[in-house]
Every structure is written in C-alpha cells, then in structure tokens.
Design a binder for this molecule. Structure first.
Ligand code: NAD
Length: 472
C-alpha cells in the first residue's frame, strides 16, 4: 500500500525562525478569523482531506519509523484522526454555542439578570508530541485546538523523523499557514518554543520531560495539559476468565510493540493461577504468531537503539524468570513479546516503565496484597486493567486510582476516540478526545447582563449600607 513513496530527509527547523512561527500564529489569532465557526470547519475539512491524500506517505513514514503495519497505521493513526475530524465537525456548533445559566446555578434573587457561559478560544497554543503514535498524538490535540478556535504551533517527535516531515508538509500545504505551523527538532527546538509565550501548552511524553515543560510554563503562568506515562497494573483474580485475560493482555503488549503509554507494566495474579495463566499466554502467543513474532508482518519494532537498549537492560537486570518470549535482535530493534515471572517489587521489571513489549507477572496471595503492591509501585498510574468478578473489579476501582480503567480487557477505555482520556496525579493533568478536546482549548467565560430597569432591585449594594436590607 505504501510502496513507491519517497520520504523527505529530516530537517530541523532553524532555531532563529522559531519566534516568527509563534508570532505569526499569534497575529492570526488577533485577526479574530478563528472565532468564526465557518473558518474552523473549513480547517477541519481540509485536515480530513489532507489525511486522506497523504495516507500513502503517512503509512510509509510509520513503516519506516516504527515498522508499523498498514493495519495499525490506519486503525490507530490515520483513520483515527479522520474520525476525530468528522466527530468535531458533527458536534462543533453544539460545543461552541453559548450556554445559558439559570436555576439552580443562578439563585431566584438574580433571576431578572441574564447569565451565560461563552466558549472562547484560549488563543495561540503549543502542542508537543511523542514518538509512539507520532501522527495521532500530535494531530488529535490539534483537532481540539482547531475546533475551539485556537491557532497553534505543533512539534512532532524527532525520534520519528519520517512522520515529522510528512506532517510538516501536510499541515503547511493544506491548512491556513498563518494560523498553523510545524516546528521540527528535538531538545533545542522545544526549548526555543518554550521561550515563547503561549496560551496553553499541550504536552504528551514522559514524566521527566513533562516536569521540565511544566516548570518552564510556570514561569509565565502558562496552563499546561500533560499526557504522561506510568507503571500500569493488571489485576487477575480467581474469578477471571484466564484464557481471555491472557489473550487480551498479550494484545496490550503487541499493539505498537507495546510502545503504548497505557499498556500494562505488570500483572498481579493469584499465585495458584500462575501456571495456567502462563500456559494460556503462550497459547495466545502461538495463535497470534504461528511462525514466531519476528516473522510476523504485523509486529512493529522498537523505535531506536536507545529504547532497545533500555528494554534489554530491564531484562538483563531482572532476577525473574522468562516464561514467554525473550528473543531479541539488535540489528533490527526487535524485541519479542516477553513475560517475566518476578518475586520482588524491587525488580527492574516492576520499578521501571516498560513502554515496550515486555511485562512482569507478580504472584500474590490475595486481592488485598495485589492492591497493596500496586499502590506501592505507582499510586497514580495512567491506566489499570482488572479481570475478576463484578464485585472484585469494583473493589479494585475503589481502592486504586488511575487515569482511566478497563474491566476485563486491555486498553478499551482509551480505544474509543471520542471518550475523555487523561492521567491523574503524576501520570497527567487534564484530558482530551471528543468534547474534552474542544473543552481543553476553550475558556469558559461567564458573562452576566444587568438590565437598567433592575436598578432598584439591587440598590442594596451601594453605600451607605443598610443592615436591615441584608437578607441571607
Ligand atoms: P519524551 O518525553 O522523551 O518526548 C516527548 C517530546 O518532548 C518530544 O517531542 C521531544 O522532542 C521533547 N523532549 C524530549 N526531551 C526534552 C527535553 N529535555 N526538553 C524539552 N523537550 C524535550 O517522550 P517519548 O519518548 O517521545 O514518549 C514516551 C513517553 O511518553 C512514555 O513515558 C509514555 O508513557 C509517554 N506517553 C504518554 C502518552 C499519554 O497519552 N499519556 C502517550 C504517549 C506516550
């Protein structure tokens, strides 16, 4: 599908050009053209058709950068975003409409006044993307920004250079270039962008870099959305359907080769179930990869040598036992979907974010112990998965927080492009997708209007005060 496509060489944006990108986008916002719904709708339609037209280049770039199969590239990136555009177009008028405020928010005493919430674009925003879904996670927030009426500069990850260049061309040839721009590069370019004043910074990436971004943004009191990672637990109790749990959790580690912020880091499972679970895992592996994972045309690769070495080190350092997979090939950044049976919370496989196709299995004696371990490893992960009875799943939700949660499956709370997605605590601030994307770039401005004729009704506020008029 993506053959014969010529991809541009990566080129970082010149550092001295960066302030101009910011000021141009700011200037476009000041023209007020982005406040017109027709303008926003036009940009969203153009983005939709750009994604359609650039599909071959996007698939080729995703193949080059991450060895993403065309199936995954369409399902989780290109088609995902086209659906996002359509959803925003379908709902924009409704989202953007003023909302009348009345009882009970407005007490009867003030019912003669008019109150409403105006939905105003925040202004000019910066969107910084990660490498794992280099198209989706950069352009999905942009769709929210366009819908809300913001102008934006976006910065793709430099670790997926082919995608970064296609995105630059796609945006700069199809959207209004006074309002939207792409800056390419890594740390120096991001720092240069962060030296500009933004009305919001939307960052997706690691907690370490998120901290740098939040600190810098705080200097100018710039609001930030942080979409970060976490060490995500999966719980399996005696009441789980073990075969299904094994298959679904393996899916969680094969999609994008496990390079998914919300994939499980470790599985907490009742000790009596461990041998059967491992058998089911290996069976599911065989069903998915009858000729082995390396031969599969569907499995992606680790993005680069650095991340390959990081994952290899986690496996080298573990004192656990490999019970599924374990193979790797440095020459092509291949790591086999791998499960490691561990017996210590301090194990490298429990302590580090995997963000790859490897995960650990930690046997527990009870759900009490599982909840204690999970809260100890990471109190506020991005996601959790729980496979148990209804009551057990409810208990897990009650006693352990997370950005989002899926019961009896992997990923699904984040697999639908229109429901809110975000972290909690140190796995993220704020949410987006669907209406939440529009809201994320919108200022909800309360407006009141006092009729002149009502002067007598509210004259109590003027000095000299009369205590007898103060009725609470
Ligand atoms: P990263 O934090 O290394 O990079 C993200 C962005 O920040 C990139 O655009 C990069 O150029 C920039 N950057 C990197 N170092 C920087 C620095 N020192 N100063 C300024 N900018 C810098 O993240 P990544 O490796 O691309 O992605 C992996 C991480 O992102 C994982 O921790 C994963 O869990 C998380 N993630 C979270 C979500 C989510 O939606 N919550 C989604 C995907 C990835």
């Amino acid at each position: 599908m993506a053959s014969n496509v010529v991809l541009a060489e990566f080129q970082a944006t010149a550092l001295d050009a960066i302030p101009k990108f910011a000021s141009t986008a700011r200037g476009a916002f000041r023209t007020h053209k982005t406040k017109k719904l027709a303008w926003r709708q036009m940009q969203l339609r153009r983005l939709y058709w750009a994604l359609d037209d650039y599909q071959p280049q996007l698939l080729a770039a995703l193949k080059k950068d991450l060895n993403k199969s065309d199936f995954e590239a369409l399902f989780t990136e290109v088609d995902w975003l086209k659906k996002d555009c359509m959803f925003m177009l379908d709902n924009l008028e409704k989202y953007a409409k003023d909302e009348k405020l009345g009882a009970p928010d407005v007490p009867f005493t003030y019912s003669f006044m008019k109150f409403r919430t105006r939905k105003e674009p925040l202004g000019t925003v910066l969107i910084i993307g990660p490498y794992n879904f280099p198209v989706q996670l950069l352009l999905a927030p942009l769709i929210g920004a366009i819908g809300a009426g913001c102008t934006a500069v976006i910065k793709p990850s430099e670790l997926t250079p082919a995608c970064a260049m296609v995105i630059k061309e796609l945006i700069e040839t199809r959207l209004d270039t006074s309002a939207f721009a792409v800056v390419n590069g890594g740390i120096p370019e991001t720092n240069a962008l962060m030296n500009e004043k933004w009305d919001k910074v939307f960052f997706t990436g690691s907690a370490a870099v998120g901290t740098i971004i939040a600190k810098k943004a705080a200097e100018t009191l710039t609001p930030v959305v942080l979409e970060l990672g976490g060490k995500n637990p999966a719980f399996i109790t005696k009441n789980a359907n073990l075969a299904l749990a094994a298959k679904r959790l393996l899916w969680g580690k094969t999609l994008n080769s496990g390079q998914v912020c919300l994939s499980q880091n470790y599985v907490l499972i009742h000790k009596d179930l461990v041998p059967t679970f491992i058998t089911f895992l290996n069976q599911a592996y065989k069903d998915m990869f009858p000729n082995g994972a390396k031969a599969s045309p569907d499995l992606g690769r680790i993005v680069n040598q650095r991340h390959f070495q990081r994952l290899k080190k986690m496996l080298d350092d573990t004192s656990g036992k490999i019970v599924m997979g374990g193979g790797m090939d440095e020459s092509e950044n291949f790591i086999e979907p791998t499960a490691v049976l561990v017996n210590s919370v301090d194990d490298s496989m429990m302590q580090e974010e995997s963000f790859g196709p490897i995960f650990s299995i930690y046997p527990v004696n009870s759900l009490d112990e599982a909840l204690n371990v999970a809260n100890l490893v990471h109190r506020t992960p991005l996601s959790l998965f729980t496979f148990g009875s209804k009551a057990e799943n409810q208990r897990v939700l009650n006693e352990m927080t997370s950005g989002g949660a899926t019961l009896n499956d992997a990923y699904f709370h984040a697999s639908v492009n229109t429901v809110p997605f975000g972290g909690v605590g140190d796995s993220g601030w704020g949410a987006y997708r669907g209406k939440a994307s529009f809201d994320s770039f919108t200022h909800f401005r309360t407006v009141s209007e006092t009729p002149a004729w009502a002067e007598k009704l509210i004259s109590v506020r003027y000095m000299p005060f009369d205590m007898s008029q103060l009725k609470l």
